[in-house]
Design a protein around this ligand. Structure first.
Ligand code: ADP
Ligand code: NI
Length: 232
């Protein structure tokens, strides 16, 4: 079977498994990661067949939804790619990328061995950032019964995977992961795009905390209203 058809069949398979999912790990996330990855490929020397397969399949059975098991995704992917008669070396490479790409806490390195892995990891991280990343964070938070924000719980950067898996409020996710991503990007193009998305998340949180402060501190409320009135 030619590579183009295998990619189409893979997209159809992933779409059928992920369509309509509501935590931000839906088909459209997989599609964006696929397209982001193809964009990054323009600036790198990489095997685009492997990149596309790994990008499409990367969240097919995410460890976050399988009791922390990072092996379920690669084994679903392997089974599917075998039906497509994909070469074993390529299947092994796709599974290696899937197994090692996920962010699991600040102190937990997730280095990528190959340029194909680096591209797919960057493509996925871009979709965790910026306007889309913010939307996905609150979607995931709602799906997993997290509060949007709890002012009694100061944001913490989590060091270990065990701490990262614990249930914090969604705003904490900016500190434990999202703001760390721009310095973890592998490719030059990915880093440039990540910087723009990072700046937007900072602006967003500034506005968020301004509104929170206004709501919880009546003295501040007067000051802020005066400031807003003066500015606008
Ligand atoms: P990764 O492979 O790095 O885990 P994914 O593509 O699987 O990346 O998606 C991770 C996204 O899921 C996060 O960027 C965020 O949008 C959401 N998410 C994961 N953990 C949390 C959390 N604790 N709080 C809020 N959102 C989360
Ligand atoms: Ni993903």
């Amino acid at each position: 079977m030619c590579n183009k058809i295998i990619i189409e069949q893979t997209a159809t398979f992933v779409r059928s498994r992920m369509y309509g999912e509501s935590s931000g790990h839906d088909w459209w996330h997989a599609e964006r990661v696929w397209k982001n990855a193809l964009y990054l490929c323009r600036y790198e020397q990489a095997d685009t067949f492997t990149v596309q397969l790994a990008a499409l399949l990367h969240d097919i059975a995410d460890w976050k939804f399988h009791n922390g098991d990072s092996e379920v995704g690669p084994s679903v992917a392997r089974e599917f790619l075998n039906t497509q008669k994909v070469e074993n070396t390529i299947i092994d490479h796709v599974c290696e990328i899937m197994r090692t790409m996920s962010f699991k806490g600040e102190g937990v390195p997730s280095p990528m061995r190959t340029i194909e892995g680096k591209i797919v990891q960057d493509a996925d991280r871009l979709d965790a950032m910026g306007a889309i990343g913010i939307a996905r964070t609150f979607a995931f938070g709602g799906q997993t019964n997290r509060e949007i924000y709890n002012p009694d719980v100061a944001p913490i950067k989590n060091a270990t995977t065990e701490q990262y898996k614990k249930k914090g409020h969604s705003i904490n996710h900016f500190y434990e992961k999202l703001f760390l991503l721009k310095d973890l990007m592998n490719t030059t193009t990915g880093r440039k795009l990540a910087e723009e998305r990072h700046a937007f998340m900072e602006l967003y949180l500034e506005a968020f905390f301004k509104e929170v402060t206004m709501a919880i501190d009546s003295d501040n409320l007067r000051v802020l209203q005066k400031t807003v009135g003066e500015v606008y």
